[in-house]
Design a protein. Structure first.
Length: 80
């Protein structure tokens, strides 16, 4: 959704705009259901059979996101 993400870090505040949230959910639904990802979901489901696809997506996304842009705790923000 944000083509400048790697060059421009994400915002630290909450998004409350309904249209933006709806757009983000549409992007997630598109990504989750792409045929190219089908084999991956089967593999992930075999590792975590009790999780829904959206839960698997969330877990994978956060692992990737934290590797690219570590999440700062509020108490660490002033130290940078």
């Amino acid at each position: 959704m944000n083509p400048e993400w790697l060059q421009k870090p994400t915002r630290g505040d909450s998004i409350k705009d309904q249209a933006l949230i709806s757009s983000a959910l549409d992007w997630m639904a598109f990504d989750i259901n792409r045929p190219v990802n089908e084999a991956v979901w089967s593999s992930l489901h075999s590792i975590e059979p009790m999780r829904l696809r959206i839960q698997l997506f969330d877990s994978v996304w956060w692992m990737y996101f934290k590797a690219i842009q570590p999440v700062l705790r509020q108490e660490d923000v002033g130290k940078i």
